[in-house]
Design a binder for this molecule. Structure first.
Ligand code: AMP
Length: 258
């Protein structure tokens, strides 16, 4: 699946790059944060939401993956360290992530709206995001938290295969490509992401439980959290998200027009 509205150049390359966009602005830009353990399908849900709501998919994982093939001497020491942390399955440290976000804060003001996927991942990151959005006078519509039992997460992650060319994802049993190891969309050779290998998966789930789960409390306490089950097909989960969002979107429309 690919995001249809934009090449996300500003997000992937930083503030000075301009995006090429192909659709008009949506009448009501939607601004969301998606939370959930690795493997729960956040990326797929982000793509589906972006296509439906015309928001832009802002994934921090995509930013780090996009610089992987840059020559090391073009990367700042902080970025080199971030890359090393990412490929071993660890979280990238807050300071580096916040620097990366600061360089891309223009994306929060985009009239397409946004779906943040993979950021924030710690309470500190969430506090910084709130501060930035307050300064920009931008309000989040909702924080969606996807939920699924741990065994199902491990199964989903270690069977995932990704196309490095177009970013489409497959699963060896639940969503196999038509031809083994070949991308249905672009014919690229499918790979297992380094951070989807079993050793890295365990570290990522542990990091999630320790650092990211408290985020749910952060957003639950002020009433912004919408919990959605991540079980079932991507389309079924997507419909659940749209149902959960309906009241928020109605309030946002009323505030805009009233
Ligand atoms: P993802 O595609 O969101 O699963 O991200 C892949 C990897 O990028 C993670 O396992 C982390 O190493 C790193 N990463 C992405 N976003 C963040 C973040 N907000 N904080 C810390 N590390 C991150």
């Amino acid at each position: 699946v690919s995001t249809a509205i934009s090449d996300r150049a500003t997000w992937l390359k930083g503030q000075t790059a301009g995006c090429s966009t192909v659709l008009p602005f949506p009448p009501q830009p939607c601004r969301l944060v998606l939370l959930g353990a690795p493997g729960i399908g956040k990326g797929t849900q982000a793509e589906l939401l972006c296509r439906r709501l015309r928001s832009c998919h802002l994934s921090t994982g995509d930013v780090f993956r996009a610089i992987r093939y840059d020559p090391p001497d073009m990367l700042s020491p902080a970025m080199q360290q971030a890359l090393q942390q990412m490929t071993s399955g660890q979280l990238v440290d807050d300071q580096t992530v916040l620097d990366v976000i600061r360089e891309r804060s223009r994306c929060f003001e985009c009239q397409y709206g946004f779906v943040l996927d993979g950021f924030p991942r710690t309470v500190l990151q969430a506090e910084q995001l709130d501060q930035t959005l307050r300064q920009l006078r931008i309000k989040l519509d909702a924080v969606i938290s996807f939920e699924l039992p741990m065994e199902m997460l491990i199964e989903r992650l270690s069977g995932r295969r990704t196309c490095p060319q177009c970013k489409a994802t497959f699963h060896v049993t639940s969503r196999p490509p038509r031809k083994q190891d070949v991308c249905d969309s672009c014919g690229g050779k499918l790979i297992q992401r380094e951070d989807d290998r079993p050793e890295a998966v365990r570290v990522r789930l542990e990091a999630y439980t320790q650092s990211t789960a408290p985020l749910e409390n952060y957003y639950r306490e002020d009433g912004r959290l919408l919990a959605v089950s991540g079980d079932g097909s991507p389309e079924a989960v997507h419909e659940r998200v749209l149902d959960a969002l309906r009241p928020q979107r109605a309030v946002a429309t009323a505030q805009r027009t009233g």
